[in-house]
Design a protein around this ligand. Structure first.
Ligand code: FMN
Length: 459
C-alpha cells in the first residue's frame, strides 16, 4: 500500500507528530510511506509549481494520504493552510478524489477538535474517503499503552484502505455566495469617545465583500479609525514553531520583519480591534492564519485583555460552525469581549448596513462600560489546559508564561484551598453516617442555593 504523508509541521523532519507516523511505518513494513514536508517548504511550493506538482503526482499514485500536523492556534499552521489553498488555486483536486485519508496531530489538546474538523471538511471537499482523526498529546508515544492505541488506529486505517470501505460525507459542499454588497452612505454618528479603533483586513484575494464592509463600517465613526491591510505589513513568514519566545517573549523574527512592531504598537495599543476577512475554503485566508500564528510570541498569555473585538466576515459562516467556534473562542482565551460577528450572508444591502452600524455603536458603548462577557466552556477549559501545562511539563520552555500565571492568579488549583479541603473531608466522613446522609440529601437543594440567594436578596 502506498501512503503519502503530508507533513504539516514547519519543523519538517524535527516534527514530533512525524515521529508517530515513522513509528507506524516501522511497524507496518509492507506499506510504503512517502514523506513531503509541505509546511516547511511552503515558500518553494508557492514559487515553484513543478515542486508542488511532484507532491500532487505522488498523491495521484497513492492509495491513501496522511495529513500529519501540529495544532497551531486552533487549526493547522498557516504554511499548511496555504498548501491547502494551493491545491484549490492550482485546480489539483483531482489528485485527491477517491483517496483514503486520516488526520493525525499532536498538541496539548487545546482545540484539537476544530483542527481535525477542518481537515475532515477539506477531505470531504476534495471527495476523499476520510477514515478518522487521531489527536495525540505531544508525548503520548513515550507510553506503551498509547503506542498500542496508535498502532491499533493505524491498523484499522490500513484495513479500511485495503477493503475500500464506504465513508460518510460529514461536511457537505458549501455553496458559493455570489452576492455583491453595495453599501449605502454611512452616517458617521458614532463618537469613538477617544478610543483607539483598529480594523485589520487581510487583502488576500478573493476578498469577497470585505473591502465594502470595512469601508461602510469605518464610515459609521465620527472620527478617523485606522484600517490596516495585512498585505502591507512586512511579514517574512509563518511561525516556525521554534518556541524561542517561551523564555522571554522574544520571537526569532524580532528585528527581521515588521510583525512584532505592528502587533505591539498597533494591535496591543488599540481599545477596539476588528478583524475582517473572507472565508477561504473552511477558514479565513492563510494570511490571517499567519497573523494569528505569529502572535504566538505572546505565548500562552492573553494579549487582548479587556478589549472589544469583532469580526466582519464575507462568506457562508452560518454553514461553517467550526469556524464560528474558532472565532468565538479566540476572544475567550484572549480575555477580550466579542461584541459581534457580522457577515454578508443577509444578501441585502440595507440589512448589512444596519448590522454594521449597530456593531459600530455597540463596540464603543461596551468599551465605555469595560464589559467583558463571562467565558464559556471553551475559555474555561482552555485556561485549565494551559494552567496545567505551564505549571507542569511546559514550564521550563515557557518561563515567561509561568511568571505571568503566577502573578495573575492563574494557578487556582483547588488543592490549595485549605478551607474547601477541610470541608470536603468533614462532609465526606459525615455523609457516611446513614441518618446524617438522609438529612443531608433532604436539605441539599436548599443549602446549595443558600449563599447565592443571600447575595441576590441582600446586596
Ligand atoms: C504557534 C503555535 C501554536 C500552537 N497552538 C496550539 C493550539 O492551538 N492547541 C494545542 O493544543 N497546541 C498548540 N501548539 C502546540 C503544538 O501543537 C505542539 O507542540 C505540537 O506537538 C508540535 O508538533 P510538531 O513538532 O509536529 O510541529 C502550538 C504551538 C505553536 C508553536
Amino acid at each position: 500500500m502506498n501512503i503519502v504523508v503530508l507533513n504539516g509541521s514547519p519543523k519538517g523532519d524535527l516534527s514530533i507528530t512525524l515521529q508517530y507516523i515513522r513509528y507506524a511505518a516501522k511497524k507496518y513494513p509492507n506499506s510504503s510511506f512517502q514523506y513531503f514536508p509541505v509546511a516547511q517548504n511552503i515558500k518553494k511550493l508557492e514559487k515553484n509549481e513543478a515542486a508542488f506538482r511532484e507532491i500532487t503526482d505522488a498523491v495521484k499514485k497513492a492509495d491513501a494520504v496522511i495529513w500529519s500536523f501540529p495544532l497551531y492556534f486552533l487549526l493547522v499552521c498557516s504554511q499548511y493552510k496555504r498548501f491547502i489553498e494551493l491545491i484549490f488555486e492550482r485546480k489539483q483536486e483531482d489528485a485527491f478524489i477517491g483517496k483514503y485519508a486520516v488526520s493525525v496531530s499532536t498538541s496539548v489538546h487545546f482545540f484539537d477538535h476544530t483542527a481535525h474538523n477542518y481537515i475532515h471538511g477539506i477531505c470531504d471537499d476534495l471527495q476523499m474517503h476520510y477514515a478518522g482523526g487521531y489527536s495525540a498529546a505531544m508525548y503520548d508515544l513515550m507510553k506503551k499503552p498509547e503506542r498500542a492505541r496508535w498502532l491499533a488506529f493505524t491498523e484499522n486505517f490500513l484495513d479500511a484502505v485495503s477493503r475500500r470501505i464506504t465513508t460518510p460525507l460529514v461536511y457537505p459542499p458549501i455553496p458559493v455566495n455570489s452576492f455583491i454588497y453595495q453599501p449605502g452612505h454611512p452616517h458617521s454618528t458614532v463618537d469613538t469617545t477617544g478610543r483607539r479603533i483598529l480594523i485589520m483586513k487581510d487583502g488576500q484575494p478573493p476578498t469577497g465583500n470585505i473591502d465594502a464592509m470595512v469601508q461602510f463600517f469605518a464610515g459609521n465613526f465620527r472620527e478617523n479609525v485606522e484600517i490596516v491591510n495585512l498585505m502591507d505589513i512586512d511579514i517574512k513568514g509563518g511561525c516556525l514553531g521554534c518556541c524561542k519566545c517561551g523564555i522571554n517573549n522574544i520571537c526569532d523574527y524580532q528585528g527581521k520583519d515588521g510583525y512584532i512592531d505592528f502587533f505591539n504598537t498597533k494591535v496591543k495599543q488599540a481599545d477596539i480591534v476588528v478583524f475582517a476577512g473572507a472565508i477561504h475554503d473552511r477558514y479565513l485566508s492563510a494570511r490571517w492564519k499567519m497573523f494569528f500564528d505569529r502572535s504566538f510570541f505572546n505565548t500562552h498569555m492573553p494579549a487582548f485583555n479587556g478589549k472589544q473585538i469583532a469580526f466582519l466576515i464575507s462568506g457562508p459562516l452560518s454553514q461553517n460552525d467550526n469556524l464560528r467556534q474558532i472565532l468565538t473562542s479566540y476572544g475567550e482565551f484572549q480575555e477580550a469581549n466579542l461584541a459581534g460577528i457580522i457577515t454578508d450572508e443577509a444578501g441585502e444591502n440595507q440589512q448589512i448596513d444596519l448590522l454594521l452600524s449597530e456593531l459600530a455603536g455597540s463596540l464603543v458603548r461596551l468599551a465605555g462600560m469595560g464589559f467583558v462577557m463571562p467565558i464559556t466552556f471553551n475559555g474555561v477549559g482552555g485556561r485549565k489546559i494551559f494552567r496545567d501545562e505551564v505549571y507542569g511539563p511546559l514550564r521550563f520552555v515557557f518561563q515567561a508564561d509561568h511568571h505571568y500565571y503566577k502573578s495573575h492568579g492563574f494557578y487556582d488549583f483547588p488543592q490549595k484551598n485549605f478551607k474547601v479541603r477541610r470541608l470536603n473531608l468533614i462532609m465526606t466522613l459525615l455523609t457516611k453516617i446513614p441518618p446524617f446522609r438522609r438529612k443531608f440529601l433532604k436539605i441539599l437543594k436548599e443549602q446549595m442555593v443558600k449563599p447565592v440567594k443571600y447575595v441576590a436578596e441582600n446586596r
